[in-house]
Design a protein around this ligand. Structure first.
Ligand code: FEO
Length: 393
């Protein structure tokens, strides 16, 4: 497949993948492992694919050139979904230089234990291909220390690796050819679950790219489709997401054993509605909701309430798990409160409050604990918590 004249797509579209990073991240729309072959007087391969698709990468390349005609390899990121084919490839072309960052060299050596011909590059270093050249742009912690991007002159293509990616399998290569809503959602989900811990670095990197005044006609990420029509939009989206999103939406997350905490969640929602009828309210049971999608809901909300009954002096495990993720992904800057039912010890509320505080949320209540099964009077207290919460903005 041709991206632009003399830029060939040689990666793998994986329609089957339903989870990424092991089982951590759901990928209900599949993904792709993008690898690009750029031909000029010299031929360069930019990134490879995940190990299971090595054979397909080699076949795709050999439809275009003899594998031995690859002059250079650029490894923008050493995570195995992009470097996994290197060992096999390097058995065929062992002397081919691999351009990567210092951290990239360290990680590739750590992964594959080979002394390949690594050529360390820094931001601003170039690789002449003939009439065109690649300029390298380090992007540490977006999302690994080794990550870099590469800008191809003349064609004005930015190869951005994980940044601006999405987990989408598509027969099409470009943003204007796929369903816009799916693309928007998957771009956001990717940002939230992979990039958001490093939002401060995103802000700096976007500024750096702006200052470089690159003329970008296409962004080719390492997952999903390439951006050719909505380049400004995806850059603006990243800028917006990196600054924190606080839509007029309140998310209530709970888990429950015998429905007491669920009843509280629904009563809280009633209270919010009474005070703020236009605020979107979403209620999720953490144990039966996809974690990656739930994190997107939290990311975009202005407020979050989390509830769990007490179990053995702690929380139900699905609630603990989502709280951990909220903290890890740095989804701070939102109002929060906790709730839950208990039998003989309300330790759960203390744990909930501590976790939400640790996540950097602004606690707007001490939380609501209700002993045993809530009666109407107790549920009125939950309605009041909802009212108090809605009034906190
Ligand atoms: Fe797509 Fe960080 O690898």
């Amino acid at each position: 497949m041709i991206i632009k004249e003399n830029i060939h797509y040689v990666g793998k579209v994986d329609w089957e993948l339903r989870s990424f990073h092991g089982e951590e991240l759901s990928t209900f729309n599949g993904t792709s492992f993008n690898s690009y072959l750029v031909r000029d007087e010299k031929t360069v391969l930019i990134d490879t694919v995940w190990t299971p698709f090595t054979g397909e990468l080699i076949k795709n390349i050999e439809k275009i050139i003899d594998i031995k005609d690859i002059d250079y390899i650029v490894s923008q990121h050493s995570e195995p979904d992009h470097s996994g084919a290197l060992p096999h490839l390097m058995m065929k072309i062992p002397n081919t230089p691999i351009y990567c960052t210092k951290n990239g060299k360290m990680a590739l050596k750590g992964h594959y234990h080979k002394d390949w011909d690594f050529r360390e590059v820094k931001t601003g270093d170039t690789l002449k291909l003939g009439s065109k050249e690649l300029t390298f742009i380090e992007a540490p912690m977006l999302h690994w220390p080794d990550t870099m991007m590469s800008y191809l002159s003349v064609d004005n293509v930015l190869f951005s690796n994980d940044v601006f990616g999405q987990h989408i399998a598509s027969e099409f290569l470009y943003d204007d050819l796929v369903d816009a809503a799916t693309l928007d959602y998957e771009s956001l989900k990717y940002y939230v679950n992979i990039i958001s811990p490093f939002s401060k670095k995103v802000v700096k990197k976007l500024k750096e790219l702006e200052d470089m005044k690159l003329d970008i006609s296409m962004i080719c990420p390492a997952h999903g489709i390439s951006w050719r029509q909505n380049i400004k939009k995806i850059i603006a989206d990243y800028s917006h997401w990196a600054s924190g999103v606080n839509q007029d939406k309140i998310v209530i997350i709970y888990d429950t054993m015998y429905n007491s905490t669920r009843k509280m969640a629904e009563a809280i929602a009633q209270g919010i509605k009474l005070v703020s009828p236009h605020t979107e309210i979403k209620i999720f049971r953490s144990s039966n909701t996809d974690k990656s999608d739930l994190l997107v809901e939290v990311f975009t909300a202005k407020g979050v309430l989390v509830g769990s009954p007490n179990i053995n002096g702690s929380l139900l495990s699905s609630v603990s798990s989502i709280l951990d993720e909220i903290k890890i992904l740095n989804l701070s800057g939102k109002n929060a409160a906790s709730f839950g039912s208990y039998g003989w010890s309300p330790v759960n509320i203390k744990t909930l409050n501590a976790s939400l505080e640790e996540a950097g949320f602004e606690m707007v209540s001490d939380g609501l604990k209700i002993q045993w099964v809530p009666d109407n009077e107790a549920l009125l207290q939950a309605v009041e918590l909802g009212k108090e919460f809605a009034s906190s903005f």
